[in-house]
Design a protein around this ligand. Structure first.
Ligand SMILES: NC(=O)c1ccc[n+]([C@@H]2O[C@H](COP(=O)([O-])OP(=O)(O)OC[C@H]3O[C@@H](n4cnc5c(N)ncnc54)[C@H](O)[C@@H]3O)[C@@H](O)[C@H]2O)c1
Length: 318
C-alpha cells in the first residue's frame, strides 16, 4: 500500500482523544479516516464531530481556513482496519491505555501499511520502547502525546523510540505545527514524559501541604489559579525566573537559588494518595467544594472547557 499524497491521516480509536485528533487534523485541511473496532463507534464519532464542528463555528471558535461543512466533507468513519489505513501517510493511535492492546494494534497496522508510513501513539503513560516493541521497523514510530482537550490546549509532546529516525521527528513536528498544535520534542524517552513529571511534582507538593495542615484544598487551588497559573498560561518557569530578577536568570539564581535549594531539601517522601485518614480527608474536603456526582462534575468540566476556549482565543490574539 502506498502512502499517497501526504493528505490523508488515519485515527485509530474514536474515543475522547481520537475524536479530538480528528478535529485537529480536519482543521488543517487533511482527509481524516477514523477507525474503531467497536461496532457503530466510528459512525457515532462522525455524528459527534459534526455536532461539535457546527457548535464551534457558531461560537466563532472553529479552527482552520475551511468552514464546518468543508471540514466534515474530509471525514469518514471505518470499521474495517485495512480500508481505514488505505492511502494514509500518518497514523495516530488513540485506543485504550493498555500496553497489550496498543502493541497488538500496531502489529496489525504494520502488516497493512508501507514502511514509510509514520506510526504515532497518543499514550499518556507508556514509553515508546514498550508501545512499539512488537513493530519490526521502529524508525518510523513515535509518541505524540496530546493534552486534553487538544482542540484548546495545543501542546503535543513528541517522544522518540530509541530507534526513531530524526526525519520522522521532524515530519511529526512539521505536521503538528501545520495543524496549529504546539509540538515540543523530548530528546529521549522517560516515564511520564515532561508534562506529567512536572504535573506530578505540583500534585505531590500541593497534596503534602494540605495533608500537613498548612493550607486548605480550596486555597492551594487558588495558589495556582490566581497565582502561578496566571503567568504560566503565557510564559514557562524558565522565562518566569529570567524576568523575576533585574539582570535575568543568573541574577535570579544568585538571589533565590539558596532559598529554592533549602525548600527543596525540606520536601518529604512521596505522599500517601489513598488509604490514610489524611488522604480521605482531602477527598472529602474536595467533594464538599464540588460534589463528586456526574451532574456537578460535568458542569465544572463545561466551565473549564468554556474558560479554556476563552484563553485559547486570548493567546491567539497575542
Ligand atoms: N483522556 C485524556 O485526558 C488523555 C490525554 C492524553 C492522552 N490520552 C491517551 O489517549 C488514548 C485514548 O484515550 P481516550 O481518553 O480517548 O480513551 P477512550 O476510552 O475515550 O477511547 C478509546 C477508544 O478506543 C477504542 N478501541 C479500543 N481498542 C481498540 C482497538 N483494538 N482498535 C480500535 N479501537 C479500539 C474504543 O472502542 C474507544 O472508542 C489513551 O492512550 C490515553 O492514555 C488520553
Amino acid at each position: 500500500m502506498s502512502s499517497s499524497d501526504m493528505r490523508t491521516i488515519t485515527v485509530i480509536g474514536s474515543g475522547l482523544i481520537g475524536r479530538s485528533w480528528a478535529m485537529v487534523f480536519l482543521s488543517g485541511g487533511f482527509s481524516v479516516k477514523i477507525y474503531d473496532n467497536q461496532p457503530g463507534q466510528s459512525a457515532k464519532a462522525v455524528t459527534e464531530i459534526r455536532k461539535q464542528l457546527q457548535e464551534l463555528q457558531d461560537a466563532r471558535m472553529l479552527r482552520g481556513q475551511l468552514d464546518a461543512t468543508q471540514q466534515l466533507a474530509l471525514l469518514s468513519g471505518y470499521e474495517d482496519l485495512a480500508l481505514a489505513l488505505e492511502g494514509a501517510f500518518f497514523i495516530q493511535e488513540s485506543v485504550f491505555e493498555q500496553l497489550d492492546v496498543k502493541q497488538s494494534v500496531f502489529q496489525d497496522i504494520e502488516r497493512l501499511v508501507g514502511s514509510d508510513v509514520i506510526l504515532s501513539s497518543s499514550t499518556s503513560c507508556l514509553v515508546p520502547s514498550k508501545v512499539f516493541s512488537k513493530v519490526q521497523n521502529r524508525s518510523r514510530c513515535l509518541v505524540s502525546h496530546p493534552v486534553n482537550p487538544p482542540y484548546y490546549v495545543k501542546l503535543v509532546e513528541l517522544v522518540p523510540h530509541p530507534d526513531t529516525a530524526a526525519a520522522v521527528m521532524d515530519a511529526a513536528h512539521s505536521l503538528m505545527t501545520t495543524v496549529g498544535q504546539a509540538p515540543v520534542r523530548l530528546r529521549k524517552e522517560i516515564d511520564g514524559f515532561a508534562l506529567n513529571r512536572v504535573q506530578a511534582a505540583v500534585i505531590a507538593e500541593s497534596w503534602r501541604l494540605v495533608q500537613d495542615g498548612v493550607i486548605s484544598v480550596e486555597d492551594i487551588d487558588l495558589v495556582m489559579s490566581e497565582g502561578l497559573g496566571m503567568r504560566y498560561a503565557f510564559i514557562g518557569p524558565m522565562e518566569t525566573m529570567h524576568l523575576n530578577a533585574p539582570a535575568g536568570l543568573e541574577d535570579y539564581m544568585q538571589r533565590y537559588g539558596e532559598g529554592i535549594t533549602r525548600i527543596l531539601t525540606s520536601f518529604g517522601p512521596v505522599p500517601d494518595f489513598s488509604g490514610s485518614e489524611g488522604a480521605k480527608s482531602i477527598v472529602s474536603d474536595m467533594c464538599q467544594l464540588i460534589p463528586g456526582d456526574q451532574q456537578h462534575l460535568l458542569a465544572r468540566m463545561e466551565r473549564r472547557d468554556r474558560l479554556l476556549m476563552g484563553l485559547a482565543r486570548l493567546k491567539k490574539d497575542h
